[in-house]
Ligand binder design. Structure first.
Ligand code: FCX
Length: 435
């Protein structure tokens, strides 16, 4: 116990309250080629990855193979004329860089359905966990169970040549993407409903089928799921989940192993879990005042209270973006069209007015604007998917559409093992002292 206290004390002494190296480095020092934003700033602003599918502009936001979200909405085939882009169309675009025809998208939908068989042991692996386990823990477990069928692992053991690595990677990726909705829906049904599996409907596309297997058949919800999966698919390569997948795949771990690791990163509250946190936070506001119809002053007080507790305002801020996230904007447009009078949507709109000036006033927040997670929860809640702890699973299914194609390209391009250099704190302190 004494030893334990000593260990803790050593860390505490080095921690944030003290004037440590972190504060010294914050003075924008550049020492011997070591940029503080790389070494101590979570590698912000460091370009270190090739990512084919998408790129994020700080002001304009995401572009999928050069196309903005409104362009995708205009040019990619939907389930009906003028409908939201089908996720399969986004997958085709991210993988090939080309805009598919409706017939090509339909054939991809069919192919994914044909690959969607789930081995019984994957359900059993999930069943081994208590129902109380967080849905993301159950999800990663299900993905790890699917890994048993990895084509890449089999091919590697069989001595496949380097030039052909991408082929079994392609098979694994397509199988994984195809199987995720059934695994994800099983977790939802098991944790929140009667546990009965709703089988895949051969007449439905990917997004609609996922909603259907969860137990939702309202055409508006099916359409929202198509939009949801499309906009959550990819966000260039440096975000935690995408980068994790790329990193873990770099020593030739197969797509299942890489994607399970990515999910574990997505499950962090500063990344994909933020969508869960947003709805939880909105509910706490409603609980505090007994109604979502609150005044601007009441809302500002609540936001300040959140900050004074040392917590972040979930759904606001971003590592790269410096304006409102276009993924927020397109969800807002969807809500304005379909649920303009929903009191939770109206509260979200009010939050968007009140939060940015408060965060700006703090003087340290680089982006006070809403991100994708600030909006998705109220839409899902409106359509009856009220269990916010499940929301990151939806994000996870969607993220496979961005991560998967890149893993195929990583192998096709022969991308090397990732191995950046680190530096000890002592060495860093010596460099600072000398500078
Ligand atoms: N509320 C309160 N404080 C915030 C904040 C917020 N929404 N956003 C940033 N800050 C704080 C940071 O915590 C940091 O404080 P510190 O210096 O005391 O540690 C300071 O402002 C500077 O951070 P900044 O450089 O602006 O932002 P980062 O790149 O470090 O972090 C995230 C970006 C997204 C992690 C941060 O804005 C945040 O915590 N937001 C809330 C959680 C969230 O919505 N995450 C989802 C992001 C995204 F869309 C996704 O991945 O899904």
């Amino acid at each position: 116990r004494v030893d334990q206290m000593e260990r803790r004390q050593t860390i505490r002494g080095r921690g944030r309250p003290k004037k440590t190296i972190r504060e010294v480095i914050k003075k924008d020092l550049e020492i011997n080629g070591l940029d503080r934003s790389m070494v101590l700033g979570g590698m912000r602003g460091m370009t270190a990855l090739v990512w084919l599918g998408s790129a994020v502009d700080p002001d304009e936001g995401i572009r999928f193979r050069g196309m903005s979200i409104p362009e995708c909405q205009k040019k990619l085939p939907g389930a009906f004329p003028g409908g939201e882009p089908l996720p399969e169309a986004v997958l085709w675009l991210l993988l090939t860089g080309k805009i598919p025809s409706k017939a090509q998208v339909d054939s991809l939908s069919k192919e994914l359905r044909s690959r969607a068989t789930i081995p019984d042991y994957a359900y059993k692996a999930i069943d081994a966990l208590p129902v109380s386990a967080h849905p993301m823990t159950q999800f990663t477990t299900g993905v790890m169970a699917l890994q048993v069928q990895s084509e890449f692992q089999k091919a590697y053991e069989g001595g496949i040549a380097k030039a052909r690595y991408w082929e079994p990677t392609y098979e694994d990726t397509m199988n994984l993407i195809a199987r995720l909705p059934a695994i994800a829906a099983y977790i939802y049904r098991r944790k929140y409903k009667d546990g009965k599996i709703i089988p895949l409907d051969d007449s439905l596309d990917y997004g609609a089928n996922y909603a259907h297997m969860l137990g939702f058949d309202d055409p508006e919800m099916l359409e929202f799921m198509r939009l949801y999966i499309s906009i959550h698919s990819d966000h260039e390569g440096g975000n935690v989940s995408s980068h994790t997948a790329h990193l873990v795949a770099s020593p030739l771990s197969d797509p299942y192993l890489a994607f399970a690791a990515a999910l574990n990163g997505l499950a962090g509250p500063l990344h994909g879990l933020a969508n869960q946190e947003v709805l939880r936070w909105i509910r706490s506001i409603v609980a505090e005042f007994g109604t979502p119809n609150i005044s601007t002053e009441q809302l500002a007080d609540y936001i300040n209270k959140t900050l004074s507790r040392g917590q972040v305002v979930p759904g606001y801020g971003h590592g790269v973006l410096r304006q409102t996230d276009p993924r927020y904007t397109c969800q807002r447009e969807f809500a304005l069209k379909h649920l303009p009078n929903d009191p939770y949507f109206q509260l979200v709109s009010k939050i968007k007015e009140v939060v940015p000036p408060i965060l700006t006033k703090l003087g340290k927040v680089k982006n006070p604007w809403p991100n994708v997670d600030a909006h998705s929860g109220v839409l899902l809640n409106y359509y009856g998917l009220t269990e916010e702890n499940y929301y990151t699973v939806l994000f996870g299914v969607s993220r496979s559409f961005g991560v998967g194609p890149q893993l195929i390209w990583d192998r096709a391009l022969g991308m090397p093992l990732e191995r950046p250099k680190s530096v000890t704190l002592e060495k860093l302190e010596q460099l600072v002292a000398k500078s």
